[in-house]
Write a protein that binds this ligand. Structure first.
Ligand code: SAM
Length: 262
């Protein structure tokens, strides 16, 4: 399956997607009692939004993603930030059993999944992690706010309408952030034998029109991004649609669904 996180999308992703505030990393460290003895797997690591700050708090991170371009961009970011304790691996959720065998039974501090579980077979994944996680370790499913076009603000509704005209259909993907998906994930964690908890970190931030355009491009499969010569027109027309709704304030809720091995 072509996920489309390739080429320019990797660059847009890195440039325009939010990272995670320090309170999110603190919560992960606290909930799993992570220390500098721990190994963490960051699954669906993208360009390293969770990987790099977690790496500063543990012994090492194995960062896994099926898209080589995302990994390349992440590796470059790690080198820019002088982060040297991450192994970057092309792979996916189905590689967890092999990876777990390498790390060893009961040795894994946590598997973190930032804004990526909706691409995975979560029930199998949760079960697969159990033998490798140490007591008190487990799985963290992290969301990073509501997609830009689904927020409860006038500018977001205007963006949604613009994208509907342009794509030919209403953008509706929630990317696992909706309540029903979160309930499903939590039920699956419980069924696999984890104790669960939910932590959320809320903050607000103002976006520029350029950040909204970049955020949209970062969320499209590479084949759907307007060709370079059409981008100025795309941005100009979107700017006109958004302009009456300034300032573009976003309320971000990061949710951390924790599944802990008793
Ligand atoms: C929306 S990005 C999230 C990146 C980053 N973790 C973050 O929090 O911003 C989703 C990532 O999941 C990766 N992905 C898609 N399917 C996957 C799978 N089956 N296993 C692991 N990663 C996957 C994609 O290649 C992409 O880099």
């Amino acid at each position: 399956m072509d996920l489309g996180f390739r080429g320019e999308v990797a660059d847009f992703y890195h440039r325009f997607r939010r990272g995670y505030p320090p309170a999110v990393i603190d919560s992960l460290v606290e909930m799993f009692a992570l220390t500098t003895d721990d190994v963490v797997v960051d699954l669906g690591c993208g360009t390293g939004q969770l990987t790099l700050p977690i790496a500063e708090r543990v012994r090492s991170v194995v960062a896994v993603d099926p898209e080589p371009d995302m990994l390349l961009r992440a590796r470059r970011a790690a080198s820019e930030h002088e982060v040297t304790n991450v192994s970057w691996m092309v792979g996916s959720d189905t590689d967890i059993p092999t990876l777990g065998t390498l790390i060893g039974d009961g040795r894994l501090g946590a598997v973190t999944i930032g804004q990526a579980l909706h691409w995975m077979r979560h029930e199998e994944l949760f079960r697969a992690v159990v033998p490798f996680a140490r007591s008190g370790g487990g799985v963290a499913v992290v969301t990073n706010g509501t997609p830009l076009w689904l927020q409860d603000t006038a500018w977001s509704r205007a963006l949604c309408g613009y994208l509907e005209d342009w794509l030919g259909s209403k953008p509706t993907r929630t990317c696992g952030t909706d309540d029903a998906s979160q309930r499903r994930y939590r039920d699956s964690l419980i069924a696999a034998g984890y104790d669960t908890a939910v932590v959320s970190v809320d903050y607000s931030d103002e976006l520029s029109a350029e950040q909204i355009v970049g955020g949209v491009y970062s969320a499209l499969p590479v084949a759907r991004i307007p060709p370079a010569e059409q981008r100025p027109r795309f941005a100009e027309r979107l700017g006109e649609v958004l302009q009456p709704h300034q300032p573009f304030v976003e309320q971000i809720q990061v949710t951390i669904l924790i599944g802990r091995i008793p």
